[in-house]
Design a protein around this ligand. Sequence first.
Ligand code: GRF
Length: 196
Amino acid sequence: MTRIAVFASGNGSNLQALIDAIGQGKLRAEIKLVVSDRPDCHALQRARSAGIAVLAFEPADFRDKAHYEGVIAEELAKSRVEYLVLAGYMRLIGSTLLQLYPRRIINIHPSLLPHFPGKDAIGRALAAGAAETGVTVHYVDEGIDTGPVIAQERIAVVPGEGRADLEQKIHAVEHRLYPQVLRQIFQEEEKWPGVR
Ligand code: GRF
């Protein structure tokens, strides 16, 4: 059973998809901790309702990123977390966590990277008149959505489609794809520990 921490800043629908996939036996993992930089976000309520431990912090209360990531790292170590799973976490991961979890930090992004990295990827794809967009699951490095791609799924943008419709299609793909891709990664890890 892979021990993970999920990092989220917002609604937490991807966190919910992971909680549900684990509950349904589709993903062999245990969410040891949900970490958030927004103490009032809905993702934390979802975590609490599922009985998952949470670590919420206000970045402004800390000297810098190394300071708060040091505190997060201590908590992760206590529960022997193996993978960090980012699900709508709106901060760049810093060198403290990157060094502690090499190739063990994974993110999901609502575009076909390298197109539309960073914020509001869905809005920018629409504004650019892209014929297709999609979802990318990738390893995290020091850049903004620049790490090695693990999986991608394409989604056609229907001409005249509104933002809400496209967003809904993207989220539906995310909620299916993320548990599926993590399942594969964790399965390989169980077969070949430490090879990745
Ligand atoms: C998702 O679209 C994800 O790809 C992006 O942030 C959004 C988070 O949504 N990184 P939610 O908080 O999981 O509902």
